[in-house]
Ligand binder design. Structure first.
Ligand SMILES: Nc1ncnc2c1ncn2[C@@H]1O[C@H](COP(=O)(O)OP(=O)(O)OP(=O)(O)O)[C@@H](O)[C@H]1O
Ligand SMILES: [Mg+2]
Length: 348
C-alpha cells in the first residue's frame, strides 16, 4: 500500500504538470480559438462542401482548393481540420501555412514556397499542402508568379487558397482551383454551436440571450462567440438586454420607437427625441440605421416605388456615415427623408 502511494505520484507528476500548463493555456484562450473545430465533423455548416472534401481526401484525389466567403464562416477551420485529417502527426512537416501576417510577395513565392513544394518527404507518397490564408491580400505579381508553381509542382503539393473575395484572386489562379463558397451560417447552425460552447463553459443564459447573440452575429460564428464571451465576462448572466448593452446595439424596442417618431412627429420633435435617445444610451446612428432598414422593409407601403426610394435614401445616409461625416447632421438628413416619405405611411 505504502509503495503504491509513493510511486504513483512520481510516475504521473511530469505529465500532470504538462497537462496543467496546457489546461491553463487553454483556459485563457478566447472561446473562438478554444472551440475551433479540430475535426471535420465538428463543423456545423456547409455539409455538402465538407462531405465533398472528405470524399476527395478519402479517395486520395484532393484538387487545389479555393475557399471564399464572408468572415467567421469556417474556411480556415475547414482547411486546418482537413490537413490534420490528411497528415495527423506529420502536420508540421507536410503543411506550409502562410497568412496575411507573413510576407507573401513574389520573393516568398520564388523562394519559400518553391523550396517547400519542390522536395518530397521520404516516408510518404502523399502530396504536401500549401495553405495561403487571406490570399486576397497577395499582390497580383505574387499571384501571377504562383500560376506556374501550382502547375509544375502539382505532383508534390496541393495548394489551398482562402479569401473573403474571390474576385480579388486572378482568374488564372481561380481556374486552377476547385471553388467552394462558404455562405454565412444559418441561425439554426449558429445557435447549435453557440449552445455547445455556452454549455461547455457553464454560461448562465436567460431571456433569449442566445437568440440575441445569434441575431447580432449575422451569420458570423466568430462574432456570435465573441459576443457570448464578452457578455458573460461583463454581466455574468447572458440575457437579451445584457447582450445589447454589451455590444452597444440598439434594442428592437428602441428602434421601433425611433421609427414611430420618424413617421409621426414633426421634424424638430423627432430629431430631438432621437438625439436624446442616442446620447442617453450611447447608440451609434449607423447601428440604428442598420436595424431601421429591416423595419422599413417590413412597413406596409402600397406605393412600392416610394418604399424603394426610401430604402435607397437610407443607403445614402449609411454611405455618408461610413466616410466619417457628422452624426448629428446625418440624423437631420434621416429625419428629413422620413418627413417627405411619411405622408401616407401609417406607423407599423
Ligand atoms: N462552421 C463552423 N462550425 C463551428 N465553428 C465555427 C464554424 N465557422 C466558424 N466557427 C468558429 O469561428 C471561429 C473562426 O472561424 P474561421 O477562422 O474558420 O473563420 P474564417 O472563415 O476563416 O474567417 P476569416 O475569413 O475571417 O478568416 C472558429 O475558431 C470557430 O470557433
Ligand atoms: Mg480565416
Amino acid at each position: 500500500m505504502a509503495v503504491e502511494v509513493t510511486s504513483a505520484p512520481m510516475e504521473v507528476e511530469p505529465e500532470s504538470r504538462a497537462q496543467r500548463v496546457a489546461r491553463e493555456q487553454n483556459a485563457s484562450l478566447p472561446w473562438v480559438e478554444k472551440y475551433r473545430p479540430k475535426q471535420m465533423d465538428e463543423l456545423v455548416s456547409h455539409e455538402e462542401i465538407i462531405s465533398t472534401i472528405t470524399r476527395l481526401i478519402d479517395a486520395g484525389k484532393l484538387p487545389h482548393l479555393l475557399l471564399y466567403g464572408p468572415p467567421g464562416t469556417g474556411k480556415t477551420s475547414t482547411v486546418l481540420a482537413c490537413a490534420h485529417k490528411l497528415y495527423g502527426k506529420h502536420f508540421a512537416s507536410m503543411v506550409l501555412e502562410l497568412n496575411a501576417s507573413d510576407d507573401r510577395g513574389i520573393d516568398v513565392v520564388r523562394d519559400q514556397i518553391k523550396e517547400f513544394v519542390s522536395t518530397r518527404q521520404m516516408y510518404t507518397t502523399a502530396p504536401k499542402m500549401v495553405i495561403l490564408d487571406e490570399a486576397d491580400n497577395m499582390t497580383s505579381a505574387a499571384q501571377f508568379s504562383l500560376r506556374r508553381v501550382i502547375e509544375k509542382y502539382t505532383k508534390n503539393a496541393r495548394f489551398c487558397l482562402i479569401c473573403n473575395y474571390a474576385s480579388k484572386i486572378i482568374p488564372a489562379l481561380q481556374s486552377r482551383c476547385t471553388r467552394f463558397r462558404f455562405a454565412p451560417l444559418s441561425q439554426e447552425q449558429a445557435m447549435s454551436r453557440t449552445r455547445v460552447v455556452a454549455e461547455a463553459e457553464g454560461v448562465k443564459v436567460a431571456d433569449h440571450g442566445l437568440e440575441a447573440c445569434i441575431r447580432l452575429g449575422i451569420g458570423d460564428m466568430r462574432r456570435c462567440l465573441n459576443i457570448l464571451q464578452s457578455t458573460h465576462m461583463a454581466f455574468g448572466q447572458v440575457t437579451e438586454l445584457h447582450v445589447y448593452q454589451c455590444t452597444g446595439s440598439p434594442m428592437p424596442a428602441d428602434v421601433e420607437q425611433v421609427l414611430r417618431w420618424l413617421l409621426q412627429e414633426d421634424f424638430v420633435t423627432a430629431f430631438n427625441n432621437i438625439w436624446q435617445l442616442m446620447t442617453g444610451k450611447g447608440l451609434a446612428l449607423q447601428d440604428i440605421l442598420t436595424e431601421l432598414h429591416n423595419h422599413v422593409l417590413l412597413l406596409e407601403i402600397k406605393d412600392q416605388i416610394k418604399k424603394a426610394m426610401l430604402v435607397a435614401s437610407l443607403s445614402d445616409v449609411e454611405h455618408r456615415l461610413s466616410v466619417g461625416t457628422s452624426e448629428k447632421l446625418q440624423l437631420g438628413g434621416l429625419v428629413g427623408i422620413f418627413q417627405e416619405a411619411a405622408k401616407g405611411i401609417a406607423a407599423a
